[in-house]
Design a protein around this ligand. Structure first.
Ligand code: FES
Length: 328
């Protein structure tokens, strides 16, 4: 395998997809779901041939690199790439420190690292929880990187979810095995463009990490956060929002809830987050959008931002939550 226009080469084992091979070799490319759903890993194939399930060919000339295997030597054109150190990823046994039911179907789990250990990650990244049967589940880190002796996860209880169903029963002192960090959803630090963050439910978690990190570093770009949920109770950590409102002059918040009474009491918007984007923004030219949540919600937000409000497609960054086993 090689990356077009560079000297970079990496090996891809039989049965391995191109994205996994790149990540294993310490080459980070855009991705989120690793399941052929989000489209973030779309890239070009400029030489050679690849085998992909037919439904995974993205826009013309693009392939979902998390789904394609090379047939011989292949040259790819990822949307972007950089090197990282795969050895920096660590497996840790962490202890449940606090487990709080913050909404009807959301647990906020605080995990404590072993004494003297620190977690190293970038705001917006995620960890994987290893389950006794060998499968894994991925959860975004909600705490900022400087709070590195604790890990904060916001876990929505998914019906039939192998891990999320046992989460409400976890007690202080229970031990979990986690591996981190993973993920390419992170702040474009070199930019000073106004930001729009659009999140649904527990999609709040990675954006909380980003915003807490920005506040700590004194990066006070103008930010609008739109947080969608069924009702007020679904916006389960308003204390964090109130803190940003207090400390960040350029920060504004829009609650987007289906419940009319709650929308009114929150001074927010009644409806979906994509409708809230249209209602609140006449133009998104020159903005960056950070969007996290379920695949359909992220797709709807991208569509209105790019097609109706003039956002450059390359300025839409997303973390798509797909329930089920984590890949790799
Ligand atoms: S479609 Fe490949 S990472 Fe989501």
């Amino acid at each position: 395998m090689r990356i077009a226009g560079t000297e970079v080469r990496f090996a891809c084992e039989p049965g391995q997809n191109i994205l996994d091979a790149a990540l294993k070799a310490g080459i980070e490319m855009p991705y989120s779901c690793r399941k052929g759903v989000c489209g973030n890993c779309a890239g070009g194939v400029s030489a050679g041939e690849v085998a992909c399930p037919p439904s995974t060919v993205a826009a013309a000339g693009q392939h979902l690199l998390c789904q394609c295997e090379p047939l011989g030597d292949v040259e790819i054109v990822p949307a972007s790439w950089h090197r990282f150190d795969p050895a920096a990823r660590k497996t840790l046994n962490v202890k449940v420190y606090r487990n709080t039911l913050v909404a009807g179907d959301v647990s906020l789990l605080l995990l404590r690292l072993p004494a003297g250990q620190r977690a190293k990650f970038k705001a917006g990244q995620y960890l994987q929880v290893a389950l006794p049967d060998g499968s894994r589940r991925a959860y975004s880190l909600a705490n900022p990187p400087h709070e590195n002796d604790t890990l904060q996860l916001h876990i929505r209880h998914v019906e039939g979810g192998k891990f999320s169903q046992i989460v409400p029963g976890l007690k202080a002192g229970d031990v979990l095995q986690v591996e981190l960090p993973f993920g390419s959803f992170e702040l474009k630090e070199e930019s000073s463009a106004p930001m729009l963050c659009v999140v649904g439910g527990t999609g709040f978690a990675p954006v909380k990490s980003l915003l807490d990190d920005m506040l700590k570093k004194g990066v006070k770009r103008p930010v609008t956060l739109i947080w969608g949920g069924r009702n007020k109770a679904g916006l389960y950590l308003m204390a964090a929002v109130e803190r940003w409102q207090k400390l960040w002059p350029g920060f504004s918040f829009v609650a987007a809830v289906e419940d009319a009474g709650d929308a009114q009491s929150l001074g927010g918007f009644q409806g979906r987050v994509d409708e809230a984007v249209l209602a609140r923004f006449g133009s998104l030219v020159g903005h960056e959008v950070y969007c996290c949540g379920a695949p359909a919600m992220v797709a709807a937000v991208k569509k209105v931002c790019v097609e109706e409000r003039g956002l450059a497609a390359g300025h839409f960054f997303s973390d798509v939550f797909v329930p089920g086993p984590a890949a790799g």
